[in-house]
Structure formats: C-alpha cells, structure tokens
Design a protein around this ligand. Structure first.
Ligand code: G6P
Length: 367
C-alpha cells in the first residue's frame, strides 16, 4: 500500500515523529526486556571471534557506522576500521584472515556500499549488513542481515532509519562485548535497561519541538554553522551538519570538539552559530572548555545538553536545550533526534523542498 503523510506537512516530519515507535520496534527485536539481555539473530559466523571488523557505508548510514565503531571498540575491545564505501577500495586496506565487516544501509541498494560488499567478500571477509529493506541486494548478498525495523522511509534525508541503525549497532556492540567477555551480565542488564528507555526519551524530545523551532529561527539566518561533539557524539555532530546541508542548503561542518582549536576556530565570529552536543558525563568538562574558547571569541553557542549540564553551559551559551539525562551510552541516539529536527525546521523556514532536496536521491545506484 502507498505510504501517506498522514496529517504531517512532509514525510520527513512524519518520519521524525515515528522515532519512538521505530526505536521501540527495533530494540525489542534485539533486546529481551524480561531477561534484560541482548538477543541477536543466529549468525552464520561469530562476529566476536574475528581479529578485526571493517565498517563501511555511505552518507548518514556511514555516520551510524562511526558511532558503532566507538561502541564496539569500547564494549568489545575489538579493533574496528571504518571507511566511507566509495573510498574503501582506494585505501585497499589489508584484510585479516578470518575477518568480518558490517555494512550499514537503509535501502540496501547503494552502489558504493554494494561495491564494498563485493570487495570484502573477495577479500575473504564475512559480511553482516544492517539494512532496512529485507529483500534488498545487500541483504541477499551478505552472509547475514540484521534488520532495522524502521518501516518505509520516504524523505530523502534519513531520520528514523538512522536512529534504528544506531539501535542495532548498540545491540551488536553489547552482544559482541558480552561474547568476548568484556561486558558482564550485570553490565549487559544495565545497558539493555538504558536502551529500552530510549523510545520514551525520544518521545520527550519530540514534545520539546517548540524549543528546537525557536533555535531554528536563529540558525536559519546563518550562512555557516559549526556542529561540535566529542567521543560517540562526534559522528552525531557530523550528522547534524550533513542534515542541515542536505535539506536547508546552509553550509555546515561537523567537528570533533577538541579539533576546533586546530582550524575551525578561525571561522568563529558572531555570525556563526556553534551547535554543541555536550551532555553531562565524562567528556563534559573538556567539551565545555572548548565551547568556552569559542564563546570568548564571540561565537554564539547553542548547546544540547541535559539538566545537569545546563547550569554550567548557560554561563556562556546563548541557548541551552536540556534533553533528558541518560547514561553516556545512549546519548548518540538521543542527540541525533534534535539535530535532525533542527535541520527540518530550518529547511521549512527556508522554504526548501524538504522531502526532495535538490540534487539528492533517496537511493544512489551509481558509483
Ligand atoms: C543517499 C541519501 C542519504 C543516505 C545515503 C545512503 O545519499 O540521500 O540520506 O544516507 O544515500 O543510503 P543507504 O540507503 O545506503 O542508507
């Protein structure tokens, strides 16, 4: 059946509002709420037994893969390489015998990712794909497919499929970590419980739409925007910048917060909004001090944080949006939602074709 917009102005808006449902459906697929344990599908190879993992994908799916790298390296102590699929072949990395790869794709048809898949298989790697379309080429040609349960995504810029990819990567990271003995049963239960709260936190964030709309009014006036994050939020800063570019046509860059002083700080003035992803937790102090440096140079800091981070940041930030406070593990999933919402509202204010941005296609089948 054809998918409609319901009472939403755009597919993107409708799909943004599906975050809680899609995250719930995807997480319940791979987490058992009863035993508070990960329940991964049976795979034809053991990802926990490989010497190294390769992650490859394009666009937003690649950024979900980058977050996955942080999680897998941290929880499973397994080395991970990550390349955009179009560059994977040129780097031509030596592939370990007995190695495996994770490919991430909403459509399962992206030509560059398919080319990487074939190269990985030729290189003797077992391939697991995280895809949204079960009957796609990628799902068929991979050794195993772990599905995101996002439903059809019509808006060209990925929203719910991206957070569903993050949810799957989180479950894989816990599962591989557990199998490798780096995640205890108690930690697994804690991480599972934290993930199972993500859908309701996503709903809370969506209910705060008015605050994000107010921020969008400021961002829409800018010519350039900087997104900053540290650790697993660095890829979300990249995603925020990518989304804004894609649908509002405002130039944006995502940077690791600590790298700002090595270049982008030269761009900072009162015309450049700096969107910071800065939740409380182990990386807070350092990120906050990077932001303070930007503020001292006239930068306009707009920070996404939580109740605990809001106090210190509001001393120098122009705007602070306090999201629900969650453990560090879930923060990338939750911060992805407001940066997507922000891009959406800016695009609406700019009057662009939100669902069909110029020059972009939902599924890119040429290399
Ligand atoms: C296109 C879309 C992006 C998407 C990328 C990868 O460029 O505009 O939103 O992230 O392809 O698509 P995939 O289907 O492989 O996730």
């Amino acid at each position: 059946a054809a998918v409609g917009k319901g009472n939403h102005r755009h597919f993107m808006e409708k799909e943004l509002h599906e975050h809680p449902a899609v995250l719930g459906d995807t997480l319940r697929q791979y987490l058992d709420p009863g035993t508070q344990a990960v329940r991964l599908p049976r795979l034809p190879f053991d990802p926990a037994a490989v010497p190294r993992l390769t992650i490859s994908a394009c666009g937003s799916a690649f950024l979900a893969g980058l977050v996955g790298r942080y999680w897998i390296e941290q929880l499973a102590r397994l080395p991970v390489d990550a390349d955009v699929a179009s560059e994977f072949r040129y780097r031509n990395p030596p592939l370990p015998s007995g190695g495996a790869a994770i490919l991430v794709s909403q459509s399962g048809e992206t030509a560059d990712t398919m080319a990487a898949l074939r190269l990985l298989k030729e290189g003797g790697q077992r391939v697991l794909s995280v895809v949204n379309v079960p009957e796609s080429s990628m799902a068929r040609e991979s050794d195993a497919a772990v599905l995101t349960v996002a439903g059809p995504e019509i808006g060209v810029a990925s929203t719910k499929a991206f957070t569903a990819q993050l949810a799957v990567m989180a479950c894989l990271a816990i599962g591989i970590g557990r199998a490798r003995g780096h995640v205890s049963a108690a930690d697994e239960a804690k991480l599972t419980a934290a993930l199972l709260q993500v859908p309701s936190h996503a709903a809370e964030i969506l209910a705060r739409d008015a605050e994000i709309q107010a921020l969008a009014v400021e961002v829409a006036k800018a010519r350039d925007v900087l997104f900053l994050g540290r650790g697993s939020l660095f890829p979300i800063a990249l995603e925020g910048a990518l989304k804004l570019k894609e649908i509002s046509y405002i130039h944006a860059e995502g940077y690791a917060a600590g790298e700002m002083k090595h270049g982008p700080i030269a761009l900072i003035d009162s015309n450049v909004p700096v969107i910071a992803l800065c939740p409380s937790g182990p990386l807070f102090e350092k990120t906050a001090s990077n932001l303070q440096e930007a503020a001292a140079r006239g930068g306009r800091i707009m920070a996404f944080t939580d109740e605990e981070g809001a106090g210190p940041l509001s001393r120098f930030a122009e705007r602070v949006i306090a999201l629900p406070r969650v453990g560090a593990f879930s923060t990338p999933i939750l911060h992805a939602i407001p940066v997507q919402l922000l891009a959406y509202h800016v695009a609406v204010l700019k009057g662009t074709d939100v669902d069909q941005p110029r020059n972009l296609a939902k599924s890119v089948t040429v290399e």
